[in-house]
Design a protein around this ligand. Sequence first.
Ligand code: MSP
Length: 522
Amino acid sequence: MSKYYVTTPIYYPSGKFHIGTAYTTVLADFLKRYKVLQGYDSFMLTGNDEHGQKIEDKAKECNLSPKEYVDLQASKAKELWAKMKIDYNKFIRTTDEYHIEAVQKIFERFLRQGDIYKGEYEGWYCKPCESYFTETQLVDGKCPDCGREVTKMKEEAYFFNMKKYADKLLKYYDEHPDFIVPEYRKQEMINNFIKPGLEDLCVTRTSFSWGIKVLSDPKHVIYVWLDALTNYLTALGYLSSDDSLFKKYWPADVHLVGKDIARFHLIYWPIFLMALDLPLPKTIFVHNWFMMKDGKMSKSKGNVIYPDQLIDRYGLDATKYFLLRELPLSQDGLFSPEGFVERYNYDLCNDLSNLLNRTVSMVNKYFDGYVPEYIGTPNEVDLELEKASLDVITNFTTLVSKFDIANAIQSIWNYVARTNKYIDETAPWILAKNEEDTEKLKSCIYHLIANLREIAILINPFMSETSENMLRQLGISENITWNSLKEYKDIKNVKVIEKGEPIFMRLNSEEEIKYIKDLMGK
Ligand code: MSP
């Protein structure tokens, strides 16, 4: 059985997850479920990134010890993922003992190999990003990553010799076109960081203590990014007494990361792996951000929306649908109350829910609920629909393989629209009036059911509850897999439920837009 290993970044436990931060996890969950349906032995990793000065400060603010603080945040994160039915296999915490031991061993190995050396660091430090920058890296004298103030600091520190690996990294990029998706992120790395000359990376701190100590020099704490990135290995038991998961799943098939942490994953991480003599992940997918009309989501702006707020009112599937559908590959996505309500009313209610409802009621009305079997001589309109039923599978799978998730989902909704159009084209209510059209009517109803079954399978990885609900209403009780999609013409002995239930009810736009706007102010 082929394996599939997908990871989210591990999160800073700095507060509640908003829809932007939850996005990566929703995406990872979708990819995992999709691969499981295709028969892959899949493993999804997520977790929390619990060390560093920021956490130490946060804990102090809350009058807790750092450990108490991260414990609390980890249980909150797990609660949210449970509510969102995220099907992860492991939740790693960088304070886990096995992780700490492995990171210490990795550090000592780098020292032994001469990849890490001791020196003195003087530079511009951005506290929120926990990163040092050189004068030339600053943008208008501020942090190039977050735009905040930086301060000049000096300390004895260890450095990782990045320069040594620069050419090897460029060669790797060149020889592995699928390593970085989308492609333009690779160009950004080359132009902004590698071509101007890679700086050696300062990989220890002495200014705070909440971190993993260097074994051979314990007044130094290991830089959070060296600590955090290795989680993708240590979670699988790398350098522990049981590394069977590591042997099975490494290298990762895909690391999913937001654009702000691209540099760490596209430059430092591959270099660390090269220094460890390990194969590199097959793909690192860098996604864009969810923005609000007035820019970044932030508490101070009062424009934050949390996934649990949307789930409580509109359900999990509508929330996941919106998130995956609205973040394009090439630019940031926009969350707006109007956009959310519109998608709900048009895509989910008008297009999908009505299609199911109309079909179920027609099967009941014309055939007492029994779905007619496939007729071997489809007419021209049926054939066109059958072609669309094959095209949607190809389009969806191709787009997902390119991580163009928004368009992949759009391709399913084009198919929903095509199926709705088919009802208008065939006008079953007219066919039902003439006995000589019975065969045509049977064929029409069969195709509608087959399309709905197919749609239920296609949406299963991201709208599982809706998918199951649809199949139940259609009277289809098989255990679906991706292969079930091939059985378009094989539906037999199926009886739909007697009275269809709308899967999505139309929302009152004005009221709901106001409701969401009020949430955002909270
Ligand atoms: N701890 C690091 C990651 C270490 S991975 C070895 C970190 N954590 S984070 O909590 O700050 O961010 C987690 C993820 O959320 C990142 O991928 C980040 O890009 C993503 N997002 C934060 N805000 C976002 C949006 N508004 N929209 C989409 N993704 C967003 O970085």
